[in-house]
Design a protein around this ligand. Sequence first.
Ligand SMILES: CC(C)(COP(=O)(O)OP(=O)(O)OC[C@H]1O[C@@H](n2cnc3c(N)ncnc32)[C@H](O)[C@@H]1OP(=O)(O)O)[C@@H](O)C(=O)NCCC(=O)NCCS
Length: 141
Amino acid sequence: MSVMRQANICDLTQIVALNINSNDNAWAEQHFQAALNNNQIEVIEYQGKIIAFAIWQTVLDEAELHLILTDKAHRRQGYGEKLIQSFVTNNPHIKRIVLEVRKSNTAAINLYEKQGFRAISERKDYYMFPIENALIMEKIC
Ligand SMILES: CC(C)(COP(=O)(O)OP(=O)(O)OC[C@H]1O[C@@H](n2cnc3c(N)ncnc32)[C@H](O)[C@@H]1OP(=O)(O)O)[C@@H](O)C(=O)NCCC(=O)NCCS
């Protein structure tokens, strides 16, 4: 059975390793450290191993989803949806969630649309390596 919980400092090594193995555009370790310090990371554990996580930033009644990631071996099993749904349920004061996503990231865009996000604008050449536009998406809660 999987368990969802807030990440703590002991999870840093696993989160960084998962990010390197499962994210083509991996974040630097210090970004995870900063997010951990601010209690912004939710993880899903399965058989004692972290298999998915989401990084959020909240300001008053708005939130930003900075990164969501599922281990390659556990994709398409609903973990991404679970992370978003639980954030919404556990933060009823949040009225709007925004995020940026590569325009070619069909898996993530489909996940977001399924969770009620809609594209509201596009940022030209926002991403590097390779250069690509970002879609800005929002969910009104
Ligand atoms: C995007 C990502 C987090 C999805 O995680 P996941 O746990 O596999 O997602 P879920 O199983 O909850 O999928 C929910 C829905 O998303 C969509 N989806 C997920 N993966 C998909 C894929 N490969 N192709 C098309 N649609 C996909 C589907 O609509 C799916 O619902 P369905 O399975 O009933 O059809 C995962 O693919 C990932 O870690 N990608 C690399 C990191 C990344 O790009 N993160 C987003 C950065 S902005």
